[in-house]
Design a binder for this molecule. Structure first.
Ligand code: EPU
Length: 419
């Protein structure tokens, strides 16, 4: 397994390009199962989670072609199997996203239960309940969700909890159901809206785009289309924190500042000078150390849970006392212990990580248990004296395209070494 070796202390400077959003491309690739003719997806990030999704679709018999610009063409008319096996689902929970489309278009799906997860229990009960309300027969047997339906019908579904992939699964299922489906308390994350826009381009009838009430009139069929995935707001936010934590000056291109209001606000509170344009964001610390901030995660448009670990790293080297409160997942502070090994004065009490910033961390060998935690340890390494070795970086490759190349382009000293 590879590791990353970082020598901290350099203020990051320069420009990089932001990739397409992981959490948008994954539901969109699954959504392609709904179309009667081929779908072509562009701005696809080169990530292990994308490869896993392609392997999942490929094993079902779906025809996938990647062209020289890395666009992916998906033709699901050759499908032969409706199964998402455990060995793929266990590496990527987002495999659950094939459940709704398979059931709606082909009337059958066997999807392994995702099982344990480093950031909490993360059940999929709301996916199952919603599909049952739409007429699906579902049994959970031998670790698999075994679902069937002649044709799903519309239903009024009130989501007990705001769930991103839950909303996406039910939304996709509803596009081919008989009649009207209303999803209330729907997730409003930009990646959900990107999926809605993709489905509309395939001919779906969806109202309430970008709100917490989605109204879907089911269609007999959806058509193929071409679609460009939106920029990754979490990748964007991670590189902005990289700029802030090193007192640097970075410009990120091919992104969208409108997707990051809550994150940009916190970075401004931390003392960053931020300017934005149509498709770029520039952050300049003017050489200053950041100020500590108080952050509380919640569903969009509030501060994203996928950015809290990075802000925990920021607070660790900031001026003053700060806090990060996690309300979405129950156990997402695994990075704190590792940061303590780098000298960070951070402690977790209940759902909050309280920190007292120190000017510099010290390099250490650290290890992460999930994607964003890994990113936060790289950020901590960039702001540490000496060498930081981040182990188990397969998590990073699931969700950050070419992270060491991008950081090197900004002047960081970072290298990948096989173990
Ligand atoms: N929940 C339930 N029952 C369900 C579904 C969810 O109780 O049936 C609970 C979860 O346990 C959690 C809360 O609802 O406490 C929110 O979870 P959600 O379902 O929204 O998470 P998800 O859809 O599994 C997506 C992203 C995550 C991101 C969360 C929250 C994808 C592929 N994944 O997960 O991304 O953290 O939404 O925004 O879209 C990441 O990229 O690193 C990542 C973990």
């Amino acid at each position: 397994m590879d590791k990353l070796i970082i020598r901290g202390g350099t203020p990051l400077q320069g420009e990089i390009r932001i990739s397409g959003a992981k959490n948008a491309v994954l539901p969109i690739l699954s959504g392609a199962l709904l179309a009667d003719s081929p779908v072509v997806i562009s701005n696809v990030p080169h990530l292990n989670d994308v490869t896993t999704t392609m392997e999942l679709l490929g094993r079902m018999g779906v025809n996938l072609v990647i062209d020289e610009k890395l666009n992916i063409e998906i033709d699901s008319n050759t499908i032969q199997s409706f199964r998402a096996p455990y060995e793929l689902v266990k590496t990527m929970r987002a495999s659950i996203l094939v459940l709704g489309p398979l059931l709606a278009r082909f009337g059958k799906a066997d999807v392994s239960l995702p099982g344990g997860c480093a950031i909490g229990t993360r059940p999929v009960d709301l996916h199952i309940k919603g599909l049952q309300a739409m007429g699906a027969n579902i049994v959970v047997e031998d670790g698999y969700i075994k679902a069937s339906a002649k044709r799903l019908h519309g239903a009024r579904i009130i989501m007990e909890t705001v769930t991103v992939t839950g909303t996406e699964n039910l939304l996709m299922a509803a596009t081919l159901a008989d009649g009207q489906t209303v999803i209330e308390n729907a997730a409003r994350e930009p990646e959900v809206t990107d999926l809605v826009n993709f489905l509309i381009k395939m001919g779906a009838n969806i109202n309430g785009v970008g709100t917490d009430t989605l109204v879907i009139e089911g269609k007999e069929k959806l058509d193929g289309t071409r679609y460009r995935v939106l920029p990754d707001r979490i990748e964007t936010g991670t590189y902005l924190v990289a700029g802030a934590i090193t007192a640097g000056h970075v410009k990120l291109k091919d992104t969208d500042a409108k997707l990051l209001d809550s994150v940009l606000q916190k970075l401004r509170d931390a003392g960053a000078d931020i300017t934005t344009g149509e498709d770029w964001i520039e952050l300049n610390m003017h050489g200053r150390r950041p100020q500590a901030v108080d952050v509380k995660t919640a569903p969009y448009p509030a501060f994203p849970t996928d950015m809290q670990a990075q802000f925990t790293a920021l607070n660790a080297i900031a001026n003053g006392a700060g806090s990060v409160t996690e309300t979405v997942f129950e156990n997402r502070f695994m990075h704190v212990q590792e940061m303590q090994r780098m000298g960070a004065r951070v402690r977790v009490e209940g759902r909050t990580a309280y920190s007292q910033g120190i000017p510099r961390l010290t390099g250490a060998q650290v290890m992460a248990t999930d994607l964003r935690a890994s990113a936060s340890l790289i950020l901590a390494g960039l702001a540490a004296d000496g060498e930081t070795i981040v182990d188990r970086i397969y998590h990073i490759d699931r969700g950050y395209e070419a992270i060491e190349e991008k950081l090197r382009q900004l002047g960081a000293s970072i290298q990948r070494k096989p173990n």
